[in-house]
Structures are given as structure tokens and as C-alpha cells.
Design a binder for this molecule. Sequence first.
Ligand code: GLY
Length: 368
Amino acid sequence: MSDVAVAGGGLIGLATAWRAAQRGLSVTVVDDSPGTGASAAAAGMLAPVTEAGYREEALLRLGLASVERWPAFAADVERAGGTPVGLRTAGTLVVGFDEDDVRELTALHAYQRELGLDAERLTPREARRREPSLTPRVRGGLLVAGDHSVDGRALHAALLQAAQVAGVRLIRDRVTALRVDGGRAAGLETAGGTIAAGTVVLALGAHSGRLPGVPPLPVRPVKGQILRLAGATDLLEGTVRALVRGRQVYLVPYAGDRLIVGATTEDRGFDPTVTAGGVHDLLHDAIDVVPAISELELVETLARWRPGTPDNAPLLGPGPLPGLVLATGHHRNGVLLTPVTAEVTAELLATGVLPEVAAPFTTDRFGR
Ligand code: GLY
């Protein structure tokens, strides 16, 4: 029997397991295919400011708390895991393609300034000085120096290693149900048997809302289609986000010559289809903003599901059953929120106390 069983070996589950093991707990992670869900699709943006939606100040504060932790977290994972995680600290440029897009950027900038966030308005010429591959048609920009990125797949590989070195047991099996005993979470049922544990951490991403045995949770799948291209050496300095005739696209350079173009946002349940329209829209907008993208090799297309919640913020802390802890619902910010989620969840597991920074994100907020 383990102190803790973690359902889900994606970024959130592994980082939480690793931190909990570092606190002296015995931890088992269960996943039949770790790192092939949303963690495999994520562009890796660490972008609390450029992801901030209107009236999402609580989530913004959590994102800022997590981005602050990122440099030390990355160094720690690299040391323990033995491989680089591709942290890029070049900042993020947001550009507007036409006059309406720039009007929207102006409103966004006013909101960012009202919140005291670090975002600098750029002329088209200044934007192109920073990113010379941008089309001359760009009408204006915003530089957010504190929004960074990491290579999500490299991070997953390093975390897998770090967790195992710290003593985490990984069971490659399908989680079929939460094991409940006397009204308390008591482990996990899997295709191959039962894993008994004192506490269960639910870190199944978009699937968290449909594990038998778990009381209903406000988590739904939000589909994202995303593209990976090769041949982009020196194409971009940092992340470029663009509004193109009202539609959003982001371009995230990673690992040498690679570039991620993302992402659609679709409420279509667990639809796994990569569609012609989705790929078309992403490439069309990306090429409008950076024309040289049309010369790159399209090496991968995929669709995965973000774990969406009604307020776009995660579900952290005690779950709806004794013995069940939530680390899910990270929606568009799973990679960004990995360090803070792992830290607060490990603290709760080790001491029984949920740190203050996570208090606004317990699931009972929806009943308040
Ligand atoms: N974080 C970007 C996305 O979810 O598409």
C-alpha cells in the first residue's frame, strides 16, 4: 500500500508525485501511456499575462505565482532528471494583423496596465525589429517580457526520470475506477488489479470528470488541434501570438528548428479528429503573420483535450470525497501551473494543509 496513488502520469501527475516523494511519501503513479494526452500536445507557453482573460484575476495571480517559480523548477527538474527542459525566457510578442485586431490589442493593453502587468506597446516597426520574419502588414504589437515557454515533451521526459529517481513507482496500466472504501477514496482500480493507497490524487486532465467512483466534477474536454513544423531555425526569437481578423494563433519555437502552431478551441466532447478546416485555419493565419512558415515541413498534427472548468481555473486541494485530492482542470494553463500545482498538492499531502495561494481554487467554490 502506498501513501499516495496518483491517477495520471501527465505533467501535473508526475510533478506532483515527484514533489510528494521528495517530502518522504511513498507514491505510485498509474497511467497506461504517460505523457500522451494533453502533455504531448501542449505548446509549453508559460504565459500568465497573454493568456489572461477579462475578469480572470484570481487565475492570473496563480499564473504569476507559478511563472515566478519556473526558473528554479526547471533547474531542479533538469538536475534530478538529467535532461534539459528547453526553458526559453525571450518573452512573448503579441501582434495585431488588421486595424480591428489592433483595436482589440489596445483594449487588452489598457486592461493589462490597469492590473499593473508588464506589457509594452510596440509600433509595427518595433515589432518587426524584434521579430524580422513578421509580415510588414502587421499593424501593431505588445511585448510581454515575462511570458516564456518550455518544451513540454522534454519536460515530461525529465519529470519521468526525476520522479523515478525520487522513488516514485510507475504502473503502466489503465485506471478504470476510483476505489472507495467506507465513503473514502482508498486507491485505484486498474485493468490489471487494485492499487491501495491512503490518499488518491486525481490528475487525469480532461478525463478527470468521468472516472467511475469520483462524484461529479465540473471538468469538460475542450478540444485543441495543434501543429508541429520543422525547419524554423532562427525564424523567431520568442513566442509570437497574433490576432488575425479576430482569430487567435500562436507560434512557439522550440528544440532547434522546431515550431508549434496552435491551437483551435472547440467544444466537441472527446472528438479526436484533426480536421482539414482546423489545420487550414491555423496554417492560414500563421502564414499571414510569418510568411516564411509556408516553406516549413509540417511534421505532426494532433488533437487533444484541455480540461476545461466553468471559470477556466483549476481544481486544487481536497476533493468531494475524504482521501481524494484534486490536481486537475488546468484548461489552457497546465504547463504554466505545473510547479505551483505540484508544490501545493505535495504540501497538502505531507501536512494536511493547503497553502493559501491555492485556496481560491478548491472545487467548493462552485457551490459558494
Ligand atoms: N495554452 C494554449 C492553449 O491551450 O491552446
